[in-house]
Design a binder for this molecule. Structure first.
Ligand SMILES: Cc1cc2nc3c(=O)[nH]c(=O)nc-3n(C[C@H](O)[C@H](O)[C@H](O)COP(=O)(O)O)c2cc1C
Length: 163
């Protein structure tokens, strides 16, 4: 799919078909995540892919607004070494994953991790080292229904030369 079309048409998906996602596609999506921009090229990220039904359900139960992870065929946890630009780097990788999923004809949704009180519980459940912090959880799968969240008009947010 054309890159601009992917950027403009990506929307959060919270309802998925039960159709499984081929492993090669998951790997390619993660490959796009690890190629994201990263401060000082530190690449602090690790990606944990969870497809086991019970493990997805456990993670879904820990979250507040991510219960639909249980129904998504794939959940990706983006974790980063606790470096200065952890949040920027981890977010760049997360966005790459959302866009790569869209390019593969899949839906996805970013589920908050870093600032959530449940972050430590997920880190422990995934057996992450102490130095690695959860940035995001990403549900991925073939879409049954896409969000139609309203977007601000370009004219409301674009400023030329000064605010
Ligand atoms: C940092 C961040 C945290 C988010 N956390 C959640 C979440 O916990 N649960 C959820 O359903 N959506 C979550 N979202 C998705 C947003 O709700 C969604 O991107 C927003 O409503 C805009 O809709 P769109 O993605 O369809 O453009 C999160 C998005 C971001 C960037």
């Amino acid at each position: 799919m054309d890159a601009l079309k992917v950027l403009k048409e990506r929307r959060s998906v919270r309802k998925y078909l039960s159709k499984p996602v081929p492993k090669e596609i998951i790997e390619d999506i993660i490959d796009c995540g690890r190629l994201a921009a990263t401060a000082r090229n530190i690449q602090p990220w690790h990606f944990v892919v969870i497809t086991d039904e019970e493990r997805k359900k456990h993670i879904a139960d820990i979250t507040d607004n991510g219960k639909f992870i249980a129904q998504a065929p794939v959940c990706v946890a983006v974790l980063c070494e606790d470096t200065k630009y952890i949040l920027e780097d981890g977010s760049a990788a997360t966005q790459n994953i959302l866009l790569a999923a869209k390019a593969h004809g899949l839906g996805s949704c970013w589920i908050a991790g870093h600032k959530k009180p449940y972050a430590a519980e997920i880190e422990q459940y995934l057996n992450a080292p102490e130095s690695c912090k959860l940035i995001s959880l990403i549900a991925i799968g073939y879409a049954e229904q896409e969000s139609n969240a309203a977007k601000k008009d370009l004219s409301a947010v674009l400023h030329w030369e000064q605010f």
